[in-house]
Design a protein around this ligand. Structure first.
Ligand code: PMP
Length: 351
């Protein structure tokens, strides 16, 4: 008999983008924000050292209150976790374990991993030819999970379509999970649908728009019933998923809305400029509502283009799935980063 459980042996873990330690790269491979977090974050965590001997507030009360205030919900409708990855994992356990779940075939590749871990029968609906989400296809089963905007395409489904999915799910007593990791870079979010739908769970993160990937803070917004279910899972796993530094940092960050808005605006400007330049050079690139661009870099396999960029000191992400093989996902960095990567892509792709 092996040491490992059948569960451990049966998993195919998620592969995260490279975090290089050996040399300096222009790092456009994991959708981090190129700007530092709000200066208020440093003030908030400075001097917390003495308090670290005590466990943190397991309910992350101040952070939940701050998020609630900014997002226009009540603190009881907010759940915080160790990165939105953990919140997603808890949601899979709370709402989908033992059920059949429908998701787009091209989406965040952690979903099938959580599905396997929690015994979810994971079924996919192909994106349309143009990489848009097939809402009608997703309505052929329940429950449904999707990222909006989607990753790695960067495309965005408007609120009317999410409302349709939420109404269909509710009519069939199912939760609709919408992963809004990138919604801060999109024209709108679905937050106001929360008042209409007690079955809608929005999962969001401080990693992208708030420049706090290194702190690991994510959250969910939903009805008190959904939030209670997430807490049941949390308290069956780890009562203190958010440490004191993370709670203080995220609270300071969420309350500095002007700073976040300014960083998001810079990223969006750099994104749209790079998009326009790539399109003008005849390169296929999808219209992004996120902090990354999905660029068609080859006829067949874009891996050599990724490697050539790496040799020039630029990291981007490549996925080997058949439908994604000829594309690269390029995180939006500073204006200078984007000039560098755009020049390199034009040269490598167009010759
Ligand atoms: N959802 C999507 C769609 C993502 O791309 C990511 C980032 N890899 C996450 C969730 C997780 O983000 P984090 O755990 O840093 O909050």
């Amino acid at each position: 008999m092996p040491y490992e459980s059948k569960l451990a042996l049966g998993l195919t873990p998620y592969t995260a983008g490279e975090q290089p330690k050996d040399r300096q790269f222009i790092k456009l491979n994991t959708n981090e924000n190129p700007y530092p977090p709000s200066p208020r974050v440093a003030q908030a965590i400075d001097g917390l050292c003495d308090s670290l001997r005590l466990y943190p507030d397991m309910e992350a009360t101040s952070l939940r209150e701050a998020i609630a205030r900014v997002m226009g919900v009540s603190p009881e409708e907010v759940f915080c976790g160790n990165g939105s990855d953990e919140v997603l994992a808890f949601a899979f356990a709370a709402f989908f374990a033992g059920k059949t779940l429908l998701a787009p075939d091209v989406t965040y590749s952690f979903y099938p991993v959580y599905a396997r871990l929690f015994g979810v029968d994971y079924r996919t609906v192909p994106l349309r030819e143009d990489f848009t989400v097939d809402t009608d296809g997703l309505m052929q089963g329940l429950p449904v999970a999707l990222a909006n905007p989607n990753a790695p395409t960067g495309l965005w489904l408007d609120k009317g379509e999410i409302r349709r999915l939420a109404a269909h799910s509710r009519a069939n007593d199912a939760v609709l999970l919408v992963d809004e990791a990138y919604a801060a870079f999109a024209p709108e979010t679905c937050c106001d649908l929360l008042t209409e739908f007690d079955n809608l769970l929005l999962v969001r993160t401080f990693s992208k728009s708030h420049s706090l990937a290194g702190m690991r803070v994510g959250y969910a917004l939903g009805s008190t019933r959904l939030i209670s279910a997430l807490r049941r899972i949390r308290d069956s796993f780890n009562s203190y998923p958010l440490d004191r530094l993370a709670q203080a940092a995220a609270t300071a960050s969420v309350l500095d809305g002007d700073y976040t808005a300014a960083c998001v605006a810079k990223v969006v400007t750099a994104r749209d400029k790079a998009y326009t330049r790539l399109r003008s050079a005849g390169i296929t690139v999808l219209e992004s509502a996120t902090n990354f661009l999905f660029v068609r870099a080859a006829q067949e396999d874009a891996a050599p283009v990724q490697q050539a960029l790496r040799e020039r000191g630029i990291l981007v992400r490549h996925f080997s799935a058949p439908r994604l093989k000829s594309w690269l996902r390029v995180t939006v960095g500073t204006a200078e980063d984007m000039d560098r990567v755009t020049d390199a892509l034009i040269e490598l792709i167009r010759g």
